[in-house]
Write a protein that binds this ligand. Sequence first.
Ligand code: HDE
Length: 713
Amino acid sequence: MESKKTSKKEITSKDKQLQNYEVDYQKKPLTTRQGLKVNDTNNSLKSGERGATLLEDFLLREKIHNFDHERIPERIVHARGSGAHGYFELYESIEEYSKAGIFTDTSRKTPVFVRFSTVAGSKGSTDLARDVRGFAVKFYTDEGTWDLVGNNMPIFFIQDAMKFPDLIHSVKPEPHQEIPQAASAHDTFYDFVSLTPETLHNHIWVMSDRAIPRSFRMMEGFGIHTFRLINKEGKAHFVKFHWKPKLGVHSVTWDEAVKISGADSDFHRRDLWNAIEAGHFPEWELGLQIVPEEDEHKYDFDLLDPTKLIPEEMVPVKIIGKMVLNRNPENFFAETEQVAFMPGSIVPGIDFTNDPLLQGRLFSYRDTQLSRLGSHNFHQIPINRPVAEAQNNQRDGHMQTEIPKGRTAYFPNSIGGGCPYLSTVAEGGFESYQERIDAKKIRTRSESFNDHFSQPALFYRSLSDWEKEHIINAYSFELGKCEIKPIKERMLYLIAQIDENLANKVAKNIGLKVPSSVQEPINQAIGADANVEEQQPGEKKIYLEKSPKLSQANMHFNTIETRQIAILVANGFHMPDVMKMTDALEKKGAVIKLVAPHGGTIICDDNMEHKVDAAIMTTESVLFDAVFIPGGKKSIDALVSQSKFIKFVNEAYKHCKAIAVANEGKELLNKSEIQDFDNDEALFINGTPEDFIAAIAKHRNWNRREKAEKIPA
Ligand code: HDE
């Protein structure tokens, strides 16, 4: 029962370019790589029917040789990801801030390729790890490629690129035993975090529901660093980039995340793919927080510090355009695996700042592509080719696929007519922003970066009760998995600097006390760098009591588009119940799946045959957003006799999802652990489709959570 939206797919300039490289093997003979037609690809050449294989067998050698080299190293971080094509469209020119064509020309549709990822896990790890998600966008602009390589959280763990290898080594599986995979809940990570208080802000976001999104399509994206926009007159403004999803920001619960990892570890990848295939193209709006250069020192935090965000209540996000993802890749390896993002890829009108994390990234990404893709010619791989024309005197090397003509590969030259020639700024030549610098060469951190507790505290204060509870549970789970007591105590001490009540609750759950001081062990371990007193001079600042925009409870809840609704049925289900509900749900863009005791087809009480979307043994409650149980005595008798249907309902209730039943459907609820049918705003017995739809749009009924926790599912 898939609903298909009929949106027209538009072909971008990047799509056209990629089509030149696509190969289609339909109606073509199998050949060797040299074009020789092959008549047997199943048997090697042998000396006699039962004899040894001959070295002469060039067909066998070519086939096995290629196979031996099919894999390339996975990304050192963000190894697991999913990509999609689309475009970006500008609503209004912002030429007063930026001269970039992408920000001034509203008639353009700039092609994009986006890759979403987890950070710590390997390429084959689960989508549902508690982790930051990468949100990397490659804009193929007319003036060259611009990569906005961001995350789904607005801040980062560390302030200086120099610490990145330490951070990643601590979170990756521990080196002696390569355990745990795609999980931060282990001693080495918390050893590092507890000795590095600057990590606390990003870390509390990782403890929040943002780290277990419902879908890539329901996440915000952030450029994190402060960048610069440069206008035609050369005037600069500071800017932070935001992506706002049209479907709102939603997450699963930790219990679901754990279960989804077993039921469908490709959950996010499949969700993105299916939505695009069904024509439900995900959309995000691009927003900017713009700060005049004169205001650089106006704030209680440093704009160059990537562990700080600018609350939207202080600098509103100005929405300037939208991005639509409307095409799945043709080939995962060729596109999603080989795409190479580089924060150093910018275009005139956008420039960097001195954020020391950003500065380090400008080196790392180009460098890492060499060991991953194997050649500095990685920009010639189709997915990485700019749409803007590219020509220069950089030559040769592994896998050169172009044939540069002529005698010259140097500048200046007269033999080649001076080509390729330079462009002036007026002609579009890039000029770095001329920032005035008068400084000592020094290896230190600015004091203005020292405050590590004010913003995690602001984040925590701004959340709803249920979001806070999830954070308490997440800290308790993660520290509960650690084995080394002093590490846990250092963490408790630091969490108490964010919020004492929070630390006490976590301490109780893990059976420890919040220590009143742990500065000694920290100092002994790594010296003054981790001295909390020095890192946190004076009082924790409260420049804003709350920032409501940080809470998912305040994101918009007005759509059920693409939500997956399970309808539990067996032979003899009451067709009018299903018709009434599916009509209403599908009109709103939800995706209906008939879940039955077996695969194939089932028959309703109108004697019609219906295709089963999932047999109960192949699916789980956690893969759906809501459940509907229609009537039909025979059907319900069959459902109640299978314990997995009862478990299905128990889990949907436990995870605070909307549940609707019609007529005899209530029998299944009676068999479940649900006790209170009356006081629940997302539980409907013979209710209207409209009320059910409104409850699904709210994502979850968190008011149920106390009762839900008691369900032993
Ligand atoms: Fe990355 N990061 N990163 N990172 N990062 C990589 O580049 C690095 C950082 C981000 O889908 C690598 O091509 C350093 C912040 C994303 O292909 C590598 C530092 C943010 C992706 C690298 C950071 C990110 C990467 C590994 C500290 C959010 C996936 C493979 C200075 C703003 C891109 C690759 C994709 C990937 C280095 C910190 C986001 C090793 C040194 C901050 C979304 O170059």
